[in-house]
Design a protein around this ligand. Sequence first.
Ligand code: ADP
Ligand code: X2W
Length: 249
Amino acid sequence: MPTVIKYGGSAMTDPEVRRQMAQRLAALPETVVVHGGGPFIAQALRDAGLKSHFVRGLRVTDAPSLAVIERTLTRLSKVLAQEIGDAVGLQGRDARLLVAEPLGAELGFVGEVVEVNRALLTGLLGLGLTPVVACLAATPDRRGVLNVNADSAAGAVAGALAAPVVFLSDVPGVLEDPAVPESRLATLSARDIAARIADGRIAGGMIPKVEAALGALRAGAPVAIIADGRVPEQLEASLRGEVGTRVVR
Ligand SMILES: Nc1ncnc2c1ncn2[C@@H]1O[C@H](COP(=O)(O)OP(=O)(O)O)[C@@H](O)[C@H]1O
Ligand SMILES: CC(=O)N[C@@H](CCC(=O)OP(=O)(O)O)C(=O)O
């Protein structure tokens, strides 16, 4: 069974972490990498003189920003794939790999994945190649592209493949108190998640992550884990659920 690994955010910006992570990803059997690149997008938007803001952890994306984001993520998928080695960098728009529905005018060109080209992913895995998928998706009519939160894209891919998923982040897992790295929660239920989002103990970028974990489980993923992507030597332990936070329904 393949494993889906969501890679992104701060875990991707340190060159040494990234080098070691690429080596470890290359050594794993049957892995699909779904990636974001928030910090790279932020820099590219700044360079282009574009501002953006977030609603419920999602970047409100207008047409000029979408063009910059598509360029940035498409290139990043190629670079990551080259770093990993026997890997192919794709973005969701390629061969209808991911198809998304827009989430509403308030968010602009932002979507939620409704269809995954499983045959393409399993075909590449069958050839011994690691698909490295940037979190963009085709519009249902195939003509356009939508920006998708990378956690949500990874959750959708894991659901479609009925595969375990590990979300790598810049924290040791979901924390009781985000200011205290030692306060990691080993497991977290759907009920607990709802309560913690409601009272603010889970906030910001952690919201799409826990929601994507629950979405993946509901769609058929057997396991969903949120773990630390800054510690490449823990990757295998994260896959075994020995570190990080295991989300359960
Ligand atoms: N309860 C929590 N536990 C851990 N992190 C939390 C929590 N609530 C909010 N956060 C924030 O969520 C961030 C992770 O989300 P984000 O930065 O979007 O991750 P990534 O870029 O790795 O996808 C953490 O760095 C932390 O600031
Ligand atoms: C709609 C939306 O918010 N898209 C994200 C896609 C990248 C992402 O999610 O990257 P990280 O995982 O590195 O945060 C964005 O534009 O930042």
